[in-house]
Write a protein that binds this ligand. Sequence first.
Ligand code: FES
Length: 158
Amino acid sequence: MSRATEILGAFIAAGLAIPAIAYLLRPARSVAPGGFVDVLDLTQLKLKKPEEVTFQRIRKDGWKLLTEKSTAWVVKLSENEVVAYSPQCTHLGCAYSFSEEKNEFVCPCHTTNFSIDGKVLGGPAPRPLDRYPTKVQGSRLLISVIEPAKTEQSKKGA
Ligand code: FES
């Protein structure tokens, strides 16, 4: 193998490895006392424009508590109301995304659509999007690291 090929290979390997290592070493947002994690500066959140945020949360698996990376869709519904939705569709748990074009959340699995206030617009999902408990401290949004709360509609059916 020529020297130039070795150098090129080293650059390609570094180009692949550096982003992966940076992702793994990126510090998780720390958990605040009371089980909430600081995820977002609310002054940077636009009205009715969902933002996907990443944070670490605690999931109960049998008797164990596991810490894992999670995401939430955060929406400022009005100047006084901010919600954080669980990223799983309430039908069978697929990850949904936000469609700028339709201005709604869209689940690709069985085509459920949700409005930005979490209501089912169409499709097989049985209830609105589940929400994480949230708190506002100053201009910061904190999300509970515990399981997202099921909506009232789903609690009644459970
Ligand atoms: S899992 Fe989303 S529509 Fe079925």
